[in-house]
Design a binder for this molecule. Structure first.
Ligand SMILES: [Zn+2]
Ligand SMILES: [Zn+2]
Length: 578
C-alpha cells in the first residue's frame, strides 16, 4: 500500500467526519503531505481540541463501516452545478479555473469531493493508525486577501508502531521547538505589535547572537576577509541594474519615496558589495578580495509561511562575496569549505550533508555563462568537496541560472536537516554590474564572483542551535554561564565577592535574587539551562571556596574560586560542548 494514497484517503475520511458533525462547514482542499495530511475548512466558530476527539471518533466509525470510495466522471459544467448545490463555493472556484474537460469526483457514503485521486478501495482499508494533531489558520490558496480557513493536520501510517514512534518524535520536537524555548529562556520575541516576521532580540538572546557574531568576525578576519557595512536601503536604479527588480520583485517591499528618488529595502547585500569593489580600479595584484558583512536584509514573505526565527521578514545574512581570478577560484572554494567545516564543528555539528547543484544537462541554453565556465566551476566545487573528504549528492537541474552552487545541510538531534552554508558561483552579476579586473596583460578581464554564507541567516542558525541543544547551549554560547546561589541570607556578602570575581574574569554570571530554598534556586537555574551553578553555604564562606554543580553532572565539587574560573575559561576557549 502506498503511504501517500493512505494519507490522502484518511484526509477524505476526516472531511466526511467533519461534514457529518458540522454540516455548515465548507471544504477547501485536503492533500497528503510528507509526514501526514491536512484539510482546510471554512467554519464560523473555531475548532477546539475537543472537536478533534469527536472527529477522530467519527472517523473510526466511518472506517468501521467500510464503505467504498467511488469514482465518478463528470463534465466540468455538471461538476460545477453539483458543487453549487452542495454549497461548496471553494470547490466551484477551483472548477471554474480548470480547463474545460472531464473531472473526477469521489464519493464515500454521503460525502462527495472533487479530487484527482487515487484513493484506497474501501474506507476500512485505511486501518486505525491515524491521529489528528493540530489546528491552524490558513488563508484560502495562501493568499492574505482571501478568507482565513481552519486547517486540521493529521497523520496516518501503515503500522501502529510507526505511528507511535512518529508521535513520540513530534512530542520531542515540541519540547525542542525554538519558539517555545525562546519564550521560556527569554531570548527573543517575533511578531506581535511590531509586525509579523520581525524579531526582537531580548538581552539574553542578544548575548548569544553577539557571541556568535564576534566569533564570525574574528574567524573571517583571521582568514583574510575584510569586513564592511552597507545601508539597509538603496536607490531603485541600483536594483534595476542588478536585475533584482526584474527577477526578485516578488520578495521585495514596495518603493520608498525619498525626495524625487525611489529607494528599496535591500533583499540582498551583493549589489552593495559590488559598489565597494567598483570604488577603485582593481588589478590582478589586488585579488582575491573578500568582503564580509553581517548584513540585515528584508524579504517579503506571506504571513502564512512565517515561522518563528525560521521564516522572517527581516534577517541577518552572514554574507561574503569573493572576487578573484579564475586561477584563484579553486583555493578560494577550498578556503570557504575549510572555514565552514571549522565553524560548524565549533558549534558541535558533526553530520554535514552536501548538495552540489548543477545545470539541467538537456537545457543548457537556459543558463548564463557558457559551457566552459560552468564546467570549470563545477570541477572546482567538486574537487574542493572531495579533497575535504565530504560526501555529496549531485543535483541536476537544481542550479540557479547564473551558476552552480554547494548547499550544506546540518543534521540535528532528531534527524532533521537544516539549511546551512551555501557557496554560489555567479556568472551574471559581474557582467550585469560591469565589474572587471586588469590582468597582467593590461587588459580588462571578467572577475569571478562567489557568494557565500556560513551560518545562512543568523536568526535561522540560532533557532537551529536552540533546538539542537534543547536550549542548553554550550558554555561559550550560554547567555548566563554561571549562577551563584546562597543557602541563606548569611552568605550574601561572600556571594557578592564571588560574583565580582566572576565578572572581573569575563564570565557571564548572575546571583539569584528570588529567595526561597536552595533546592528551589537550583531548580530555577536548571530551568534557565545555566551550565554552571555555584552553591555557597557556611562552609564555603569559612573555607573561601565554592561548591560547583555542572549541568548534567548531579554532583557538587568544592573548589577555590580561582580554580573554577580557570576551568570555566578553558572550556569556553575550547568551545566545549556539553
Ligand atoms: Zn482525494
Ligand atoms: Zn550575494
Amino acid at each position: 500500500m502506498n503511504l501517500e494514497t493512505l494519507r490522502h484517503s484518511v484526509s477524505h475520511i476526516m472531511a466526511q467526519a467533519v461534514k457529518e458533525l458540522y454540516p455548515d462547514v465548507k471544504l477547501g482542499i485536503g492533500p497528503a503531505t510528507s509526514d501526514g495530511f491536512y484539510y482546510d475548512f471554512e467554519k464560523s466558530t473555531p475548532f477546539t481540541p475537543d472537536d478533534l476527539f469527536r472527529i477522530e471518533k467519527k472517523m473510526h466509525e466511518i472506517i468501521k463501516a467500510n464503505v467504498p470510495f467511488i469514482e465518478d466522471i463528470f463534465s466540468r459544467e455538471e461538476a460545477i452545478k453539483m458543487f453549487e448545490e452542495l454549497n461548496e463555493s471553494y470547490k466551484v472556484e477551483l472548477l471554474r479555473e480548470m480547463d474545460n474537460c472531464n473531472v473526477t469526483v469521489y464519493r464515500q457514503g454521503e460525502f462527495t469531493d472533487l479530487c484527482r485521486g487515487p484513493h484506497l478501495r474501501q474506507t476500512g482499508e485505511t486501518g486505525k493508525h491515524f491521529k489528528l494533531l493540530d489546528i491552524a489558520g490558513a488563508y484560502w490558496r495562501g493568499d492574505e486577501r482571501r478568507p482565513m480557513l481552519q486547517r486540521i493536520y493529521g497523520t496516518a501510517f501503515l503500522e501502529e508502531a510507526e505511528l507511535q514512534s512518529y508521535l513520540e518524535m513530534q512530542e520531542e520536537a515540541k519540547r525542542r521547538d525554538h519558539r517555545k524555548l525562546g519564550v521560556e529562556l527569554d531570548l527573543f520575541s517575533v511578531g506581535g505589535e511590531i509586525g509579523g516576521g520581525l524579531v526582537l532580540w531580548h538581552p539574553k538572546g542578544a548575548v548569544v547572537r553577539g557571541v556568535i557574531e564576534d566569533f564570525w568576525r574574528d574567524e573571517h578576519t583571521r582568514r583574510g576577509y575584510q569586513l564592511v557595512y552597507t545601508p539597509h536601503i538603496a536607490n531603485a536604479s541600483l536594483w534595476e541594474k542588478s536585475g533584482h527588480l526584474n527577477y526578485y520583485s516578488d520578495l521585495m517591499y514596495p518603493l520608498i519615496n525619498v525626495g524625487n528618488e525611489e529607494y528599496l529595502l535591500k533583499p540582498m547585500n551583493c549589489p552593495l558589495h559590488i559598489q565597494i569593489y567598483k570604488s577603485h580600479r582593481r588589478s590582478y595584484r589586488d585579488l582575491p578580495i573578500r568582503y564580509g558583512e553581517l548584513g540585515t536584509v528584508y524579504r517579503y514573505e506571506r504571513s502564512g509561511v512565517l515561522h518563528g526565527l525560521l521564516r522572517t521578514r527581516g534577517f541577518t545574512q552572514d554574507d561574503a562575496h569573493i572576487f578573484c581570478t579564475p586561477e584563484q577560484a579553486p583555493d578560494e572554494i577550498s578556503g570557504v569549505i575549510d572555514l565552514v567545516k571549522f565553524m560548524m564543528e565549533s558549534f558541535g555539528y558533526k553530520d554535514l550533508k552536501v548538495d552540489l547543484s548543477v545545470r539541467d544537462p538537456l537545457h543548457k541554453e537556459k543558463y548564463m555563462g557558457g559551457d566552459r565556465r560552468w564546467h570549470q566551476a563545477e570541477e572546482i566545487l567538486l574537487t574542493a568537496i572531495k579533497s575535504r573528504g565530504l560526501d555529496y549528492k549531485k543535483k541536476e537541474r537544481e542550479a540557479v541560472f547564473y551558476g552552480p552552487k554547494i548547499d550544506i545541510h546540518l543534521a540535528d538531534a532528531l534527524g532533521k536537516w537544516w539549511q546551512g552554508p551555501t557557496i554560489q558561483f555567479d556568472f551574471n552579476l559581474p557582467s550585469q554590474m560591469d565589474i572587471t579586473y586588469i590582468g597582467a596583460d593590461g587588459k580588462a578581464h571578467d572577475v569571478i564572483m562567489i557568494h557565500r554564507t556560513v551560518l545562512g541567516a543568523t536568526e535561522r542558525f540560532i533557532a537551529g542551535l536552540i533546538e539542537y541543544y534543547k536550549g542548553a547551549l554550550p558554555i561559550w554560547l550560554a547567555p548566563i554561564q554561571v549562577a551563584v546561589l546562597t543557602i541563606s541570607e548569611k552568605q550574601e556578602g561572600y556571594a557578592a565577592e564571588v560574583l565580582a570575581a566572576l565578572l572581573a574574569a569575563g564570565l557571564r554570571a548572575e546571583i539569584d535574587k528570588e529567595g526561597g530554598t536552595i533546592n528551589a534556586k537550583i531548580r530555577q537555574a536548571e530551568i534557565k539551562k545555566v551550565p554552571c551553578i555555584l552553591i555557597i553555604g557556611n562552609r564555603e564562606v569559612a573555607e573561601e571556596t565554592v561548591s560547583v554543580r555542572e549541568r548534567k553532572i548531579h554532583k557538587n565539587v568544592v573548589m577555590k574560586i580561582e580554580k573554577f574560573v580557570t576551568r570555566a575559561k578553558e572550556k569556553i576557549r575550547n568551545k566545549e560542548v556539553g
